[in-house]
Design a protein around this ligand. Sequence first.
Ligand SMILES: Nc1ncnc2c1ncn2[C@@H]1O[C@H](COP(=O)(O)OP(=O)(O)OP(=O)(O)O)[C@@H](O)[C@H]1O
Ligand SMILES: [Mg+2]
Length: 208
Amino acid sequence: MLNKRFYSFEGIDYSGKSTQIALLRDFLENQGHKVYVLREPGGTEISEQIRTLLLDKKNSAMTDFCEIFLYSAARTQLVSEKIIPLLEQGYFVIADRYVDSTTAYQGFGRGIDAEMVQQINRAATRGLMPAWTFFLQLEPEESYKRREASGRTTDRLEEAGKAFYRRVHEGYLELARAYPERFIALQAEDSVENIHQRIIQIIQEKGA
Ligand SMILES: Nc1ncnc2c1ncn2[C@@H]1O[C@H](COP(=O)(O)OP(=O)(O)OP(=O)(O)O)[C@@H](O)[C@H]1O
Ligand SMILES: [Mg+2]
């Protein structure tokens, strides 16, 4: 199956996605595999231009539907231009956010109708779903603490407010319940090393 080597990482900001992806990449490369990491939105020249639009604080007038179509436009370009060809060439592809982010942020967060979100997602991905989605589960309050500790400035999305992040968090929990065969929930407050070991264990059990 094409998606056997396709994994995504999900979770709210600062949940540790990039940290774990870097460790998983090293692990897989040390095993002799070819690995490609992609961040969303982005990952192709066109998708990175769309990313700039999406994160620009000047675009505060952006409507919720404009937002979901832009994310989905960036994603469908990524799927066609990068993800499918890389999988066909035998790469492991690790996506730093994928379609579940749209369900959580634009669906649950912004309140766009769930069925419509599903249809848009299906069109954007061309039906290509990851074998596993590693979901780093973090309370929004903990995310704010990590942000303060990092001293990073906020982007357009990060200014959306606490009620928004609470809904996104609930959305992820709902997704984990809805897709237990694909979603692997990990406690993001566990240590970096413990989480990494758990991810490796799952990949080895289920066959990398
Ligand atoms: N298990 C952990 N325990 C405590 N701190 C962690 C853990 N994992 C990552 N961190 C720290 O939390 C911060 C955010 O981590 P990281 O950048 O990996 O998250 P992210 O999910 O990729 O965030 P973003 O969505 O903003 O890209 C970093 O300062 C990182 O060192
Ligand atoms: Mg990150």
